[in-house]
Design a protein around this ligand. Structure first.
Ligand code: ATR
Length: 289
């Protein structure tokens, strides 16, 4: 019962509910092909009541790796044998590695986000003054990874201000992290280098919504949005108009997958192939980005 050692094909998949919309199978299938690794990455529709059995099935069926998505990222933690530091710090798991039946949970969302932000928009995060909109699960993963880069400050702004205060308090020892209400950001943005939207405001099917007053955006600011549907959110459009550098959510999606693939295969992920597969899925070319 400790994994199928005679199967040479690499079995990978993603568990979620719903799962049909996930772009992970497409991206990882292209990546496996590019690496010349025989195997498959499949979507697995798992209802919340079946999660424990599904995790046991990873061992039984000999899956090497699993991605975990909404709504299972927190609930899955109790079924795993080990939790990596990234999972503990982020409070959630998006990647499981199966080593001969021993399941370890990782969180590659935060490090995937930071790698993409540095590659595409803000190469130097040390000393940066960062404003994060939102205090949910996505914010937690992103902030824990950002703090590894030694920013000068992180301010968390949230509609429910108490959640921002609580999240900030949990990082008291890690650096200058404070929580504020959304109303207070007018006084904070002028002294910020980077603003990051981790809320769902502006996501399909409500692409016209904005998480902040666009009049607050100023030249020199990096505006980053975790949302990748649409690829160019209204917040990013407003950022461009205001002379900001912009950074969309597609890179985070690609790099969280790249880190997961690297954990499963021990090989460098073919990031360009993965990016092309995603752009094709969205029907856009590099020039449109
Ligand atoms: P995720 O894992 O995607 O972060 P979450 O944990 O449910 O999801 O968190 C959603 C975040 O988006 C929260 O910060 C939420 O604010 P509240 O804590 O006040 O609920 C924020 N959010 C969602 N819809 C919002 C809206 N219409 N306006 C402002 N913030 C919103």
């Amino acid at each position: 019962m400790t994994g199928n050692t005679t199967n040479t094909d690499m079995l990978l998949g993603v568990m979620g509910d719903p799962i049909a919309q996930s772009k992970s199978p497409l991206m990882h299938t292209a990546a496996l092909k590019a690496l010349g690794i025989p195997g498959a990455y499949v979507p697995l529709h798992i209802a919340p009541g079946q999660l424990g059995e599904a995790v046991q099935a990873i061992r039984t069926l000999g899956f090497r790796g699993i991605n975990v998505t909404i709504p299972h990222k927190i609930a899955v933690m109790e079924y795993l044998d080990r939790l990596d530091e990234s999972a503990l710090a982020g409070g959630a798991v998006n990647t499981i590695v199966n080593d001969n039946g021993v399941l370890t949970g990782y969180n590659t969302d935060g490090i995937g986000y930071v790698r993409s932000l540095k590659a595409e928009a803000a190469p130097e995060l040390a000393g940066a003054r960062i404003l994060v909109l939102g205090a949910g699960g996505a914010a937690r993963g992103v902030i824990s990874a950002l703090l590894q880069e030694n920013p000068a400050s992180v301010v968390i702004a949230n509609r429910t201000a108490d959640k921002a205060h609580e999240l900030a308090a949990s990082w008291q020892a890690a650096g200058s992290v404070t929580g504020v209400s959304m109303e207070e950001i007018a006084g904070i943005i002028p002294d910020s280098d980077i603003v990051i939207n981790t809320t769902s405001v502006g996501m399909y099917p409500y692409p016209d919504e904005l998480p902040l007053d666009p009049g607050l955006l100023h030249k020199g600011l990096v505006v980053s949005d975790l949302i990748y549907n649409p690829l160019r959110t209204r917040l990013l459009e407003e950022g461009l108009k205001a002379g900001c550098s912009i950074h969309g959510g597609l890179g985070m999606f690609i790099y969280q997958g790249a880190y997961a693939l690297e954990y499963w295969t021990g090989r460098a992920a073919p990031v360009e192939t993965m990016r092309q597969a995603m752009l094709e899925a969205f029907g856009v070319s590099e020039a449109d980005m």
